[in-house]
Design a protein around this ligand. Sequence first.
Ligand SMILES: C[S@@+](CC[C@H](N)C(=O)[O-])C[C@H]1O[C@@H](n2cnc3c(N)ncnc32)[C@H](O)[C@@H]1O
Length: 270
Amino acid sequence: MTPDTLLVGDCREVLKQFPDGCFDACITDPPYGIGAYKGDSKKVALIFPEVLPEIHRVLRPGGALAFFGRWPTFYRWAIAAADCGFVQRDEVMRDLRHPFKPSPEALSKTHDSLFLGYLAPRSDSTFNAENVRQAYQNPAAEARSSGRERRRSKALRARGWAAEGPRRAPHPNGAWPSDVWRSCRTWQGKEHPAEKWPADIARLVKLLTNEGDLVLDPFCGAGTIPLACANLGRRFTAMDIDPHWVEVSENRLREEAGKRTFALPLEAQP
Ligand SMILES: C[S@@+](CC[C@H](N)C(=O)[O-])C[C@H]1O[C@@H](n2cnc3c(N)ncnc32)[C@H](O)[C@@H]1O
C-alpha cells in the first residue's frame, strides 16, 4: 500500500513518475496566477492546463477531480479539463466574505470557484452528497409539503376542516448540499497566503472520496488537503515546488494529525 507521501518538486516532472490510474481522486488548488501574471493573459492559464493531462493519466476510471480557481483563469481551466476528458459535475461558488484587493475599476471580488468533475464512467465515481448535507437556511421554508399532502389539505380547507395541511419533516441530517458555500478567506493562524478554509477541504474530501482512498494534491502549499485526508482516514500523495511549504505541511501533519509522512525519492518507493 502506498504510504502517505510529501514531495518537493515541480509536479509537471514529478507526476510523470507515477503509474497510470494509481489515484482515486485529485483534489488540488493550483496557483491562480492572477497576481503573478497580471497583464499577461497568455501566461495566466499556463501551469495548470499543462498538468491536467498527467492528472488524467494517473487517475483511475471514475476518479474525481476538484480544483479551486478564480476568474479569469477558472473558466479556461474548466475548458482545458473538459478538453482533456474530464466531465464537469458542478461549479461551486465559495462566498469568501472578505474581498480580494479592491479595484476602482471593477466590482469587489468576494468569491472564488471550485470545479467538481470526474473521469468516466460516472457509475465508478464517488459522490457522497448524503455525507455533506448542510444546515437548513430556513427550516420552515424547507419543510414543504408534498404534492399529495398539498392537494389533501386544499380539499380539507375547502371543507373548512383544517387551516393548514401536514408538512413533510425536514431531513434529520440537513438540506441537500448546494453549490454555494459560505466560506472564509482570512483567519488567524493562516500560514500560506492562498491557504484554504479547512472546513471546505474536509467537506470536499468527504464528498469525493471514501476511507482508504489515495488522494493526489500536486500543489499542496501549507498542506491543508493532505491534512484533511489524514484526519479523515484517506491516504495522500502531495507535493509543492517550494521546499518551505513542504516543510510547513510536514509540521502541520505531525502536529495536527500525528502523522508521519514519507518523502522518499519516487523510484525508491514500494
Ligand atoms: C494556491 S497554493 C496551495 C495552497 C494550499 N491549498 C493550502 O491550503 O495551503 C499553490 C501552491 O502551488 C505551488 N506550486 C506552484 N507551481 C508548482 C509546480 N509547478 N509544482 C508544484 N507546486 C507548485 C506553490 O508553491 C503554492 O504553494
